[in-house]
Design a protein around this ligand. Structure first.
Ligand SMILES: NC(=O)c1ccc[n+]([C@@H]2O[C@H](COP(=O)([O-])OP(=O)(O)OC[C@H]3O[C@@H](n4cnc5c(N)ncnc54)[C@H](OP(=O)(O)O)[C@@H]3O)[C@@H](O)[C@H]2O)c1
Length: 245
């Protein structure tokens, strides 16, 4: 299937490794012109060269206003914007009473406000050109809280409401907004947890971790013109972990 992504311009946040990198790699393979982002210049530059992305913008999304400046720079480098993939580093683990107010602010800025900032810049352009694809990479925690991931559970559930709201408002302008909810995915982040094969079998009906490339390919389809009638949806890629509808 030709996804008709040739020449489409995409910004993928948090894409020097892991899920973001896999999404960027899949978009590049389908002919999109891609701008990467990460906090560490050395790392994001290396990934840019490795996967053949067009460019990169360094910026830490926990900092107020960074969603705006990264998006503005990316648009300048790309010469426009068709696709935004909102993905960041995961928040810190903590039970409710151990989460400081400062952590709430940091995680809200990183997971939520950086997206709002970015869309304030990009949505008017997408509306003008009557085409846009907005994708949030969140987590199965948005539907079923995971132990100890208090800020992730709370903030990511809220992003579903934001996405529905944007989807509703912009559907008639050729713009879709969807969420991808990864389950346990084989990235550095999860490798650090050292989960045993038995534990994975116990947690995941499919009996294995997701390959980040599976998320990359789903995101790339949703970013394409072929997915123009899918909007406001939360799509889990979790090997059957979520059981409710
Ligand atoms: N892996 C899983 O099993 C899983 C499951 C559910 C949800 N998720 C979520 O999916 C997202 C990606 O996970 P992952 O496993 O791919 O993580 P990862 O391997 O840690 O990669 C995170 C990427 O984001 C960048 N990044 C981190 N913090 C950033 C910040 N403040 N500003 C800008 N870029 C930042 C990192 O680059 P730099 O270090 O250079 O900044 C890196 O490229 C996370 O939000 C995670 O919570 C993951």
């Amino acid at each position: 299937m030709d996804l008709n992504l040739n020449g489409k311009k995409a910004l993928v946040f948090g894409s020097s490794q892991g899920i973001g990198k896999a999404v960027a790699q899949s978009l590049v393979a389908e002919g999109a012109t891609v701008c990467l982002n990460g906090r560490t210049e050395e790392k994001v530059k290396k990934t840019c060269e490795e996967i053949g992305a067009h460019t990169y913008v360094v910026g830490d999304l926990t900092e107020s206003g960074r969603g705006i400046s990264v998006t503005e720079k990316a648009i300048k480098e790309l010469g426009g914007i068709d696709i935004i993939v909102i993905n960041t580093g995961g928040p810190q683990k903590n039970d409710f009473l151990d989460v400081t107010i400062e952590q709430w602010h940091t995680d809200f800025q990183s997971l939520w406000l950086s997206a709002v900032e970015s869309l304030h810049v990009a949505l008017p352009m997408m509306k003008e050109q009557n085409y846009g694809r907005i994708l949030f990479v969140t987590s199965i925690a948005a539907k079923e809280p995971l132990p100890g991931l208090t800020t992730s559970n709370g903030l990511r559930a809220g992003l579903q409401g934001l996405t529905k709201s944007i989807a509703n408002e912009y559907a008639s302008s050729g713009i879709t907004a969807n969420l991808i909810l990864p389950g346990y995915t084989n990235t550095e982040r999860i490798q650090n947890l050292n989960l045993s094969e038995e534990k994975i079998q116990e947690m995941v009906p499919a009996g294995r971790l997701a390959d980040p490339r599976e998320l990359g390919d789903l995101a790339t389809f949703l970013a394409s013109p072929k997915a123009g009638y899918i909007t406001g949806q939360s799509i889990a890629l979790d090997g059957g972990v979520l059981k409710s509808h």
